[in-house]
Write a protein that binds this ligand. Structure first.
Ligand code: SF4
Length: 410
C-alpha cells in the first residue's frame, strides 16, 4: 500500500501522549483531551468518549469535534469533557468566547478555520482575519470550504492551496483541509486522488449520496458504494475523514415529514435517540473517524457527548431504516446530477441545503445565502422544473421542494 504523502507538514505530536512540558492548566486540558476524565451522563456509569487519531495529522481527539455552541457554558462543558478539536474558529458568531482558547496552552487543542475562496490573496486575507479574530498565533487547519465545483477545479484552481503553503511557511497553519457539500462525490474523489488534503469533511448520513435503507430504487444505486469506497480509500492514505450533516437537517426536518415520528417511535422514541442513532451510524462507516455539529443548547451537547461513547445498536439500526426511507423522499443527496444536466438552471442542491439551514433555525443565514445566489441560480416564478426532476436519480419532487423553499427564503 502506498504510504501517505506528507505534504511536508510537521505532524501534530502536541496532542498525543507524552507531549512536552505543560502549564498546570494545559496539563489539565491535555489530560481531559486524552480522555482521562470521563463524561458523566446523568446517573449512569461514567463513559469515555471514543478516541481517534485524525489520520496523518497525528491529532488525537475524541470522536466528537467542537464547533459553534449556543452558550459560553457549553464551550466550557465540552472542554471539561475532553473536546479538544474545534471547527471554524475565528468565524463563530456570538457567543464566541475566544478568550477561553487564548488562555489555554496552544498545544492542548487543535482547531481549523474555513476559507471561502480559491483566490490566493483573498484566501490569505480571510485566514488572517479569522486568525486575528480568534486571537491565536496559529490555526492548525486551513480548510477550503466547498469552493470546488468539479474534479477539474481541484486539479487546476490552486490559488487557495498556494495560500495555504505560504501561510504554512510563516508558521500560521499546519494542515490543508477541505470541507465539501456540493457535487460532493466527484470533488471528494478528486481531492482524495490529489493527495493534497490531510483532512476532508463531507456529509455522511443515511441518505447521502444515495438513500441508505430506502425501499425505493434509483438508477445509480452504485453511488453509495462509490462514495463509501472513496472514504475507505482516503482512510488508507491517512486522510482523516470527518462527518458533517449528520442529522439530516435536524428536528425541524424530521417534523416536516408527516407521520415520521410515529413510524420510528418504537425504536427511536425522541429527538435525542434519533440524534444518537445517527451519530452511531455515521461512526460505523469504515474510514469515518469523527463528527462535528453546531449545537444550540446544553441538552444537544450532552446528547452528542454521550453518543460519542457508544456504538450503533440493532434497535437504532431498525429505526434508522424507517427514518431514512421516509426522509429519502425529501432529502437532496447533493449528487450534482441536476446541475450537470442543467448548469444554467436553478442551483437546486444549494437551494435545498439552505432550506435545511432554515429548518434548523438558521433563518437569517438561510435567507442571506439564498439572496446571495445569482438571480439565474434562484427560482423564478413559473420556471418549469420538470427537466430537473427527471435528471434527479432519487426522484425528488423538485418542483414542489424548490418552490416551497423559495417561498420560505425569498
Ligand atoms: S436534487 Fe436530486 S439530482 Fe439534484 S443534487 Fe439533489 S439529489 Fe442530486
Amino acid at each position: 500500500m502506498a504510504q501517505p504523502k506528507s505534504n511536508n507538514l510537521p505532524r501534530a505530536k502536541h496532542l498525543a501522549a507524552g507531549s512536552h512540558a505543560l502549564t498546570r492548566r494545559s496539563f489539565l486540558l491535555a489530560t481531559l483531551a486524552a480522555g482521562a476524565l470521563p463524561f458523566r451522563g446523568g446517573s449512569e456509569e461514567p463513559s469515555r468518549m471514543r478516541q481517534v487519531t485524525l489520520g496523518r495529522t497525528g491529532i488525537r481527539t475524541p470522536v466528537f469535534l467542537g464547533d459553534w455552541m449556543g452558550s459560553e457554558e457549553m464551550y466550557r462543558i465540552a472542554l471539561e469533557a475532553g473536546v479538544n478539536y474545534w471547527h471554524k474558529i475565528g468565524q463563530w458568531r456570538s457567543p464566541a468566547p475566544y478568550e477561553i482558547f487564548q488562555k489555554m496552552d496552544r498545544d492542548s487543542f487543535a482547531c481549523d478555520t474555513t476559507i471561502d475562496t480559491l483566490d490566493k490573496d483573498e484566501a490569505i486575507a480571510e485566514f488572517e482575519r479569522n486568525r486575528k479574530r480568534a486571537g491565536l498565533e496559529m490555526i492548525d487547519g486551513f480548510k477550503i470550504h466547498s469552493e470546488y465545483r468539479s474534479a477539474e477545479d481541484v486539479k487546476t484552481k490552486m490559488g487557495a492551496v498556494r495560500a495555504f503553503e505560504e501561510l504554512k511557511r510563516q508558521g500560521r497553519t499546519r494542515y490543508l483541509m477541505m470541507s465539501q457539500h456540493i457535487n460532493t462525490a466527484e470533488v471528494f474523489e478528486a481531492a482524495v486522488e490529489s493527495d493534497l488534503f490531510d483532512l476532508i469533511q463531507i456529509p455522511v448520513n443515511p441518505t447521502v449520496p444515495q438513500d441508505y435503507f430506502s425501499t425505493q430504487t434509483f438508477p445509480n444505486r452504485h453511488t453509495r458504494e462509490r462514495y463509501f469506497g472513496i472514504i475507505s480509500k482516503a482512510a488508507a492514505k491517512g486522510i482523516a475523514i470527518v462527518a458533517m450533516k449528520t442529522f439530516l437537517g435536524g428536528t425541524k426536518t424530521w417534523d416536516h415529514v408527516e407521520g415520521l415520528r410515529d413510524e420510528v417511535r418504537d425504536y427511536l422514541p425522541d429527538d435525542g435517540s434519533i440524534a444518537t442513532a445517527l451519530i452511531h451510524w455515521v461512526l460505523d462507516i469504515p474510514g469515518v473517524l469523527a463528527f462535528g455539529n453546531i449545537l444550540f443548547n446544553r441538552d444537544q451537547l450532552e446528547q452528542n457527548l454521550k453518543a460519542a461513547t457508544g456504538r450503533l445498536t440493532k434497535s437504532e439500526d431498525r429505526g434508522l431504516r424507517i427514518l431514512a426511507a421516509r426522509l429519502g423522499c425529501e432529502m437532496c443527496r447533493m449528487c450534482g446530477s441536476c446541475t450537470r444536466a442543467f448548469p444554467e438552471g436553478p442551483a437546486v442542491s444549494e437551494i435545498l441545503r439552505f432550506k435545511t439551514y432554515y429548518l434548523s433555525g438558521e433563518v437569517a443565514s438561510a435567507r442571506d445565502h439564498y439572496r446571495r445566489l445569482p438571480p439565474s441560480a434562484r427560482y423564478l416564478e413559473g420556471t418549469d422544473l420538470s427537466p430537473l426532476e427527471r435528471a434527479c436519480p432519487y426522484g425528488l419532487p423538485l418542483a414542489r421542494l424548490v418552490r416551497e423553499t423559495h417561498m420560505l427564503l425569498a
